[in-house]
Structures are given as structure tokens and as C-alpha cells.
Design a protein around this ligand. Structure first.
Ligand code: ADP
Ligand code: MG
Length: 626
């Protein structure tokens, strides 16, 4: 018989499984039971939507059988089964997309909880078994097939015998080694506790033959051994349980079982709504940003159940984009099973649920912000950017929902603060909410433009994300305070007399600035005396809507819209350099041109803008050195 090779990627994972990268070997059972349950779900769903099939409740179950003599553990289900093609495609290949990307990113990690991240659950069987045999018969087929593998070398598929549809997975449990015992996976008591621990809420009965001793019939002292088939799990899905009965660990367990993420949930939300619309939901805010979160590949959505039956894996309509990081499920009695995707989109019930869920998530986040700042900051670090995108998108129509959830780094607090916190401590004479944009906190800290605002004792919000200024443009004002960039032409700050340019000075300098403006005519709209600089000689400010950061971001866009900021070169007239400029203006125009070019280049560098001609710049610097 021909031995087939696993796909390269699958093979690597398999090797990892065999070498047991995962310390909790017992989870293999959770994986196989979950697959069995999925297979029955599919069967159940098929029967509900196909008149030729009947679903007889009693004939759907999962059976676990341990045979200590032969060292086998069998997991049997009465689900949909697999055709030979299914066996080939589902068990020989890791089919899910994204797995490769994920592994590349995580190559350094030692495989922590890599299992099941992208449907490698089945392979976990190799952590405890030397041989894995799968005998399966697909529903509607009259032939069964056997898939068998001893590990990374490959697998075989051949015809086999099986009475009814479903799948039987037979594990030949490894012999004990010096440091590892595998016997436990054949022990009734241990198996029972693993099932209870991980698979209690599986909706189908998980049966096992359980042995015990009992009094012999008619006798009062004689005991006999007996074996009885018992259902091990309670079968109540976690979302139908009472919140008070559940612990954080239960929710975490569910999160992992459901593969919502490979991290731990930061926060869960258990909803049991019975108002205008009846539904239960368990929602999670993950702790980490999924590796593909900010890419096109990421698909938002919640699992959707209609009265306990899974009808859709990722129902996107249940979540607004700005909460796309939320994972979880919704079960509603008000939805019809046969509803099609197209109909779902227009379903009134679904819309109500979605709206309700959106509100709940928002209030959950607000209370997290209020009651557990540290956790909220963790959350914000992972998903804050998405909230800001949310404000910007759809022409700002969600800003009311989101503006209280966003935070920015504060020049004063040296940490993330909310807009509410900022506004509530504004001094009375402060008219605006000030912000400064730049690549990083360190760079903004050094921006000359912040001098006057800082000097006034005002707090500055640091915008380090591309989206920040765009989002703020949508908010426009918060609690009646408008936002103002520290680089904008008019800062709205009254200057002391000593800072003001006197009428006389103005007159004196006018010609000089006109001369410099003419020299930089296609680069800046004007050169003028700065009202914001104190110790630095020069900086750029902008007039109008477009700031320098916005210009940078827009010009980096693929079909770069040619939008330019209207730049003003501001010169500090109280700086020594200004004296040199004045002198040059009176005596040496060539020198003035050189100085003007240099100052402009310096201002560009401070902003992180590219120099048009770096070679010219270095030559100019050399000129003043000789
Ligand atoms: P996942 O369950 O995440 O898809 P697994 O590695 O656990 O990934 O399983 C791979 C695939 O093998 C499943 O998607 C399913 O198509 C198939 N499969 C596994 N076990 C069974 C089973 N007991 N019955 C039917 N199909 C199964
Ligand atoms: Mg699985």
C-alpha cells in the first residue's frame, strides 16, 4: 500500500506534537471530543435542513472506550463522517490560511499553545499515541475508510468496515518512559476527570463505560463488579449557565476550547438578555492583538447559534468595525435555523442583537476604564488604534460612542490620559486642547514648537499614531473645547509684553523677512517672527487644515493625494542667530541666502521631513565652517 506524505507544514507541526512541545498532554482528549462534537453539529444541522434525514436525539453521542489490555483509547462519534477525500484533505493537510504567517512570526516562541490555533487540534493525538487510526464513514455513503499514521513518516488510507456513519479514532497509547507516564490516559477515573474539566458543556452526551461494585441482588453482604454506560458531561452549554455558577477559569477554558485566541482573555462579558430580543452571549476582549489584526486578512465576527445550533462561524453583522477585536458567541431563540446569509443581514432580530451587543461592549469598556485602569491600558495598547479608526470612519458618525474611550500620552502625566481627564484639569485661561504630533514620544518631547505651551503650564497630548490627527479632526471639539496643534499658526495664547514683537521691531524686521520669504517662495508661505519659540532658533508651523504630520501620512499613501501643508518658517527674534541674520542682511546678502537655506533645512529635519537636496545641505554646512 502506498504511503502518503504529510504536507511539509503539517509535518513540522506533527513533529512538534510528537516531541510534545505542549506540557498539558491531556488536552488531546479535548481536541478529539471537540472534533466529534463538531461532526455531530454538522449532522444535526444537515438533518434540520434536509427533509430526507431525520435527527433522532438518542442516536447522537460520543463514546470513549479505554482498553488497557491492548493499550487503546477509542473516541467514537455518530457525526457526519469523512469521505476518503475528507480524510486526505482534513487530516493530511493544515488547511486553514494564516497558519504559515503565524508560525513565521512566532518561530522564536517555543510553540506555546500553538495547538488548535489554526486547526491542528487533531495532531495533538500524537502527543500520547504511537499510532493513530481513524475509521470513518460519511453520511450517505455505503463505504467506510481507514486512515492510519504512526507519525511524521506519512499516512495510509484504505477501505474498511463500519456499520453506520460517523468516525472512530483509535489511539494506541505510548508505552511509559522513564520520565513520562502514559498509563493515566487509559484509566477510567483520570479520563472522567479530563472530560469533566474540558468538555463538560459539550451539547451531546459523552458516554463511557464506568465500572463499580454493588451489592449482589438478594444478598446483603456479597458485592459484585458491574459496568454501566454513563454520561460524563453535564451537557449544559456554558452560556446557558448562571453567571454565579461560573468562575473566570471556566470562561478562560471556554475561550481556549473555542480557539478565540491563543492568549488569555483580558475580560469576559456574559449577557443573558430577555427584553425586546432574547439571546445569550459570551464575549471576550482578548489580551493581545492577533498577529493579523491590522491587516486585510483579519475577519471580524461572532459565532452565531440559533437555539443552540451553530449556524455561522463568523457573523460579521453582529459587531461594528470599531469593536472588531471582540471574540465570542451569540445564541438566540429568535433566529430561524434555515436563515441564509443574505436574509440574516436584513434580519430585524439580528440588528437588535447587534445594537444591544455594541452598547454592552461600550459600557463594559467604560467600566473597565473606571475600575481597572491598568487592565484598560493593556486593552488600549492592543486595540486603541482600532477605536481611533472607528472615530475617523464613516465621517465621524461614531464619535459619540468612542470619544470617551480613547487616550493619548500626556506631557504632564507621562502616561495615557483620557480627553475627559485632560479637560477637567485645564486651567481657566486655557482655551484649547493642545496636541503635538510626531513619530515617537521622545521626538515630540524635543519639538521646539511645544515651548510656549509648556511654558504656560498647559498639558499637551502626544499624537504618535498615524490616525490620531485624522480622528481628532472628526471629533473637532470635546466638551466645547477645540483641539489645537502646537504647530498651528495661532496658538490662542496671550503673550507677555516681553515676548511680543514691538511695533518698531516689526518695522525693522519686515524687510528682512520679506527677503527671506522671497528666497523660500515655493517652499513656505511666509517667514516670520515666532511667538512660540523661547530657546530654539527656528521651527515650522502651519496654516490651514493640513498639518505637517498629515502631509507626511498622506504622501505615504499608495495613490498619494498631492496635499501639502501650508508651512510657515518661524524665526526666534530673541535668539543670537537672529542677530547674525540681521547683520548679513545689511552687509552680505549672499551669506543671508546661505543662512536662510540652512535654517529652513534645520526646520525640516526637526519635523522629520526629508531634505530635498541633502548634498547641498552638507555643502552649505561646510561653507560656514571654513
Ligand atoms: P479543526 O477542528 O480546528 O478544524 P482539527 O485538526 O481538529 O482542526 O481537525 C481537522 C479537520 O478534520 C476538521 O475540520 C474536520 O473536518 C476533520 N475531522 C476531525 N475529526 C473529525 C471527526 N470526528 N468527524 C468528522 N470530521 C473530523
Ligand atoms: Mg478541532
Amino acid at each position: 500500500m502506498e504511503k502518503k506524505q504529510f504536507q511539509a507544514e503539517s509535518k513540522r507541526l506533527l513533529e512538534m506534537m510528537i516531541n510534545s512541545i505542549y506540557t498539558q498532554k491531556e488536552i488531546f482528549l479535548r481536541e478529539l471530543i471537540s472534533n466529534a462534537s463538531d461532526a455531530i453539529d454538522k449532522m444535526y444541522y444537515k438533518a434540520l435542513t434536509d427533509d430526507t434525514l431525520v435527527f433522532d436525539q438518542d442516536s447522537y453521542f460520543i463514546k470513549i472506550t479505554a482498553d488497557q489490555a491492548n493499550r487503546t483509547l477509542t473516541i467514537r462519534d455518530t457525526g457526519i463522517g469523512m469521505t476518503p477525500e475528507d480524510l486526505e484533505n482534513n487530516l493530511g493537510v493544515i488547511a486553514k490560511s494564516g497558519s504559515l504567517a503565524f508560525k513565521k512570526e512566532n518561530q522564536s516562541k517555543d510553540g506555546y499553545d500553538i495547538i488548535g490555533q489554526f486547526g491542528v487540534g487533531f495532531y495533538s493525538a500524537f502527543m500520547v499515541a504511537d499510532v493513530v487510526t481513524v475509521i470513518s464513514k460519511a453520511v450517505g455513503s455505503d463505504r467506510a475508510y481507514k486512515w492510519e499514521s504512526t507519525g511524521a513518516e506519512g499516512y495510509t488510507i484504505e477501505p474498511s468496515e463500519k456499520e453506520s456513519h460517523g468516525t472512530e479514532i483509535i489511539l494506541t497509547i505510548k508505552p511509559n518512559t522513564e520520565d513520562e507516564s502514559y498509563d493515566e490516559f487509559l484509566e477510567e477515573y483520570r479520563l472522567k476527570s479530563i472530560i469533566k474539566k474540558y468538555s463538560d458543556f459539550i451539547r451531546y452526551p459523552i458516554k463511557m463505560d464506568v465500572s463499580g461494585k454493588r451489592l449482589q441482588e438478594g444478598s446483603e453482604s456479597e458485592f459484585e463488579d458491574y459496568t454501566e454506560e454513563k454520561i460524563i458531561n453535564s451537557m449544559v452549554p456554558i452560556w446557558r449557565k448562571n453567571k454565579n455558577e461560573l468562575t473566570d477559569a471556566d470562561y478562560e477554558q471556554f475561550y481556549q476550547e473555542k480557539r478565540y485566541g491563543f492568549d488569555k482573555p483580558l475580560k469576559h462579558l456574559h449577557i443573558s438578555a430577555d427584553g425586546a430580543v432574547v439571546y445569550q452571549a459570551i464575549l471576550f476582549i482578548p489580551e493581545n492583538t492577533p498577529f493579523d489584526y491590522y491587516t486585510k486578512e483579519y475577519e471580524k465576527g461572532l459565532e452565531l447559534y440559533a437555539n443552540g445550533v451553530l449556524i455561522m462561524n463568523k457573523c460579521a453583522d453582529l459587531l461594528p468595525d470599531y469593536f472588531s477585536f471582540v471574540k465570542g458567541m451569540v445564541d438566540s431563540e429568535s433566529l430561524s435555523l434555515n436563515i441564509s446569509r443574505e436574509m440574516l443581514q436584513h434580519d430585524r432580530q439580528l440588528k437588535l442583537i447587534a445594537k444591544n451587543i455594541g452598547n454592552k461592549i461600550k459600557s463594559q469598556l467604560l467600566s473597565l476604564l473606571k475600575d481597572d485602569r491598568e487592565k484598560y491600558e493593556l486593552f488600549y495598547k492592543s486595540f486603541g488604534r482600532q477605536l481611533k479608526y472607528g472615530i475617523y470612519s464613516d465621517y465621524g458618525s461614531h464619535k459619540e460612542v468612542l470619544q470617551d474611550l480613547i487616550m493619548f500620552y500626556s506631557s504632564k502625566e507621562k502616561k495615557q490620559v483620557t480627553l475627559d481627564e485632560y479637560v477637567s484639569r485645564m486651567p481657566e485661561d486655557q482655551k484649547y486642547i493642545y496636541y503635538a504630533s510626531g513619530e515617537s514620544i521622545e521626538r515630540i518631547d524635543k519639538l521646539p514648537q511645544t515651548e510656549l505651551v509648556t511654558d504656560k503650564g498647559y498639558e499637551i497630548l502626544y499624537f504618535t499614531d498615524d490616525i490620531d490627527e485624522f480622528a481628532i479632526k472628526m471629533i473637532m471639539s470635546y466638551k466645547e473645547k477645540e483641539f489645537k496643534s502646537v504647530s498651528s499658526g495661532d496658538l490662542g495664547i496671550d503673550l507677555d509684553d516681553s515676548q511680543k514683537e514691538t511695533e518698531e521691531e516689526k518695522k525693522d524686521n519686515q524687510e528682512l523677512f520679506e527677503y527671506m520669504t522671497a528666497q523660500l517662495q515655493d517652499k513656505v508661505t511666509s517667514v516670520r517672527a515666532s511667538k512660540r519659540l523661547k530657546s530654539h532658533p527656528v521651527c515650522l508651523s502651519t496654516e490651514g487644515e493640513v498639518t505637517i504630520e498629515m502631509e507626511k501620512i498622506l504622501s505615504a499613501m499608495p495613490n498619494n493625494p498631492d496635499v501639502k501643508a501650508q508651512k510657515v518658517l518661524e524665526v526666534n527674534v530673541h535668539h543670537e542667530v537672529f542677530e547674525s541674520l540681521k547683520q548679513a542682511f545689511d552687509t552680505d546678502k549672499e551669506k543671508l541666502s546661505l543662512y536662510t537655506a540652512l535654517l529652513y533645512s534645520q526646520a525640516l529635519l526637526i519635523e522629520g521631513l526629508p531634505l530635498q537636496d541633502p548634498v547641498q545641505f552638507t555643502n552649505d554646512v561646510c561653507k560656514i565652517m571654513v
